[in-house]
Every structure is written in C-alpha cells, then in structure tokens.
Design a protein around this ligand. Structure first.
Ligand SMILES: [Zn+2]
Length: 52
C-alpha cells in the first residue's frame, strides 16, 4: 500500500479488511491526525508508540 492511512478515508469501507491488517498491531501514531498504524510509512507524521 503506497498511500498513507491518513489519506485513505474514502477507502476505509471498500478496503476495510486491508486497513485492519495495517492497524491491528499499531506501533506508530500520527501526531497530526491521531491515526495509528503498524508501519511508520503509513502515517503522515509518525511518532513511535512505546511498547506495551
Ligand atoms: Zn496523519
């Protein structure tokens, strides 16, 4: 997935399963949008979340 999750609002319903795969074990949070993602590249302003 090339696009950032932050830009995928329109695709959420269409590709919900794929979206969930990218956020089910989030390690990064977007400091701009508050969105979380498994991979740094998936959000536009990533900040690492501390390990649980
Ligand atoms: Zn963002």
């Amino acid at each position: 997935m090339a696009k950032k999750l932050c830009e995928l609002k329109k695709l959420l319903k269409k590709d919900l399963a794929e979206y969930i795969i990218n956020v089910n074990q989030p390690k990064f949070v977007c400091t701009k949008c508050g969105r979380v993602a498994n991979e740094k590249k998936l959000v536009c302003s990533p900040a690492k979340m501390s390990a649980v």
